[in-house]
Design a protein around this ligand. Sequence first.
Ligand code: ADP
Ligand code: ADP
Length: 223
Amino acid sequence: MIQLKGIYKWVENKSARTFILKDVNLSVKEGEFISIMGPSGSGKSTLLNLIGMLDVFDEGAYSFNGQPVHELKEKQRTNLYKQHIGFIFQAYHLIDELTVYENIETPLLYQDVKPSERKARVADMLDRFQIVGKKDLFPEQLSGGQQQLVGIARALVARPQLLLADEPTGNLNSKQGEEIMQLFKQLNQEEGITIIQVTHSEKNAGYGSRIIHLLDGRIEKKD
Ligand code: ADP
Ligand code: ADP
């Protein structure tokens, strides 16, 4: 599903070039559940954002479902991302001015989904995450755990093939965090959704089927 070959990303200031990612090579097969670990500043978020097409790189090749992402125009890349990828953030990134219902509905507005189908899909999500009673509330009226459930519902409503999550439990207590990890496991094992998460927690990383360690922008080799 994903192939990264010789990916470099850097920032230039004056004459110096600082590398954020260095020669990253990674293949991800459909159905995998991968955890990315590494110290703060090692490039985890940058790598996840690249995979999610939210950020670009300076050198290398990225193929997603056989399509060369590095060769696509921005609009094509955006379409590809919106069709296939759901993104979950540590700080939820919900839209403050929209209700729970409207936040979850957002990704469907970018797709060719009929209003009746949109309604049914959002209702499904509200039901699944037991937040039907919260549908007309605004994000600030919810607890952190509830906001993250809305974030997850929004990421899943368009039925993505790939779910990307950057420290999804970072702002949650341990019980809420564990529930989210159980949910990820279920999504991966029962619904076949491919998942890549960034985490600082060994325990959370253990829910996945493979762990990738980043250090100074490089994937560490295991022997
Ligand atoms: P983490 O992934 O460690 O939880 P972040 O991804 O928010 O944290 O940021 C990691 C580091 O990268 C921080 O020191 C932050 O200041 C820095 N950083 C993130 N984005 C940018 C940016 N666009 N420009 C400069 N520095 C950034
Ligand atoms: P992590 O998620 O592992 O904490 P990040 O991917 O956020 O790491 O950042 C990796 C490094 O790249 C950090 O040193 C950060 O400060 C730097 N960085 C990230 N984005 C930018 C940016 N847009 N401009 C300058 N530096 C950045």
